[in-house]
Design a protein around this ligand. Sequence first.
Ligand code: ADP
Ligand code: ZN
Length: 688
Amino acid sequence: MSGEIWSIAVDAPLGPLHYLVPDGFDRSVVGPGHSVLVPLGKRKVAGLMLRKEPNAPEGVKLKAALQPIPERPPLSATYLQWLEWVSRYYVYPLGQTADLIFPPLPKGGGRRKSKKGAVVKPSTGQTDHSVNLTETQQAIVETISPVGAQDKPEFQTHLLFGVTGSGKTEVYMELIARVTAAGKQALVLVPEIALTPQLIERFARRFGDDIAVIHSHLTPREKTDNWWAAVNGEKSVLIGARSALFCPLPRLGIIVIDEEHESSFKQDESLRYHARDSAVMLAKLNQIPIVLGSATPSMESWHNATSGRYRLHRLPQRAKATQLPSVEVIDMRATRDRDRQLGSREDGRPFWASQQLLTAISETLERKEQAALFLNRRGIAQSVVCPVCGHSPDCPNCAVALTLHGRSDLICHYCDYHESLREHCSKCHDGEPKPLGLGTELIERDLTRLFPEARLLRMDRDEIQTREDLEHAISAIENREIDILVGTQMIAKGLDFPGLTTVGMVMADVAFNLPDFRASERAFQLLTQVAGRAGRHLHDRAGRVLLQTYNPDHPSIRFTLAHDYEGFAAYELEFRKPLDYPPAGRVAAIKFMGPSHDETEHAAFTVAQMARKMVASLEGKETEVFVLGPAPAPLAKLRNQYRFQILLKSHGPGSPISSLCRTLSESLAHRISPKVKVGFDIDALHLL
Ligand code: ADP
Ligand code: ZN
């Protein structure tokens, strides 16, 4: 058989392979970026054509590509280049990376074009421009996208730093309007949880039905229809969660990432990409501006913005004249009560609630307003705190919280440092450190007892499992069918309820005691966000926020109290520098998962040894890499799989970590048990 030889990225855990594209193939569907069906072993898999090769590798009998895949439109050269970057950087097979692009179903056949199943209801055609931008907003728009610049756009990453309600979304919409007026498209990424009907309606008021929406809760048909509407260029604005980044917009003119600090932009499994960082690369390759917005930027973005790599824009004030909430810190280190830590006090007050909090709730109820209590439940039972002084044991090497394994084993899951849980606190020698065990169910039960008249709603992963659940809950709160809301941090994100005037953080410590070097950053973001929920629509007074904690002096608390993000960032960056944590250095995790403890641990040791050998051969301080572990993951066993991890940490920002992991991944075959799954997590965010 004669034909051309092409290297093709196959949808399998392999690198690209060579195939013969026979002469009989339709020439109009042969070229870089086209998809073809190819044989692989006994299967037929999708393949993405990369480039024509002069000859086949020696001794390989070429197989022939089978047929084109017409429902996969060809990708542009720029898009293909971006995809190759994503695959290389995040150490994930290109063919499997490419598979994220395409919609789940064939294009909607026969039906009216994409209207059906579209999430955005065609509005009346009336669009709304009622807001006149303030001078500050206008100046920011002019800098990012001066009129006419859409014809000769340039790449620049902009960080829009402004408190919630400061008018960032209005800035995005004006920028998008300019881009769409010039015939280009805009991509807007928001965290899944913030992609509410309220947000979409707001964009629909401005852009009518020129909007497509993609998120993980659409039906396959809806997703496919929205995807095509954007890829056909029929819709100019694509709003989506993380995965919408993979929708290949043909006339991309601007990218907006709202709440850029949100860790949900990082995918946790298979291709562990960061949508923000990958979007910056996409903007660069397309030579277009990208805007990152946040009230609490990630340390990485803040560092980039203050060092001149990104351009910083500030929106320091709320657009509407509402006051920032008043934040009160309540010290829970009540020594008198310590012996009754785990039960109710005599007056019937549950151990988790201060008198101030309960009073605040009843005052709120009397005014017929709403109160919300937040509990950060992630990792809750693993951190240990002294109820007298608030001290939590942390690793002397890594400065992260130790996690409790079994009854009394404290472990650093970065470097595998061990110590035993002592009976008395090593700092105050008085209190008895205990795991922070508390759940939303318990809080709900106590509240029902204390406020029998109040209508309660619990929002956590058990109660809210589908998007419908979430939307029902939201409208119940909006319609004032709920008086007290109890929830995990999922309710802290971006929601905006007019009746909500009082917010309590039940145990702020859980947030900063997470075994993660980013715990303080997350806690600051969470506390600020939680605080931002209160009294957003009050004009005569400020909303009220109560933070209960065992560590009233913790920086995350201190700076939240002062509404001082920049102070916090300066403090936090100084703390990380000597430890080489990002953004000073870089980190990656290599994750091991297997059904047998010993096999999984052995694999982790083998790979750590390989990594140490490779690292030893690197030269120069700038490329210095440290290999920590292996250590058990903080969740050492999950769904019957044992989990270990190795942490790689580099000294400088010009890090060889990604290429090191790539080399490792290519040399793993036959060295470790095939039952152990290995995943690379470059710029790891979730170390749990
Ligand atoms: P953010 O995205 O920073 O949270 P928004 O853009 O949602 O802020 O603005 C908060 C509120 O203020 C919205 O109701 C918005 O319509 C209003 N707003 C923003 N900018 C202006 C402006 N220039 N004039 C009047 N209202 C504005
Ligand atoms: Zn350690």
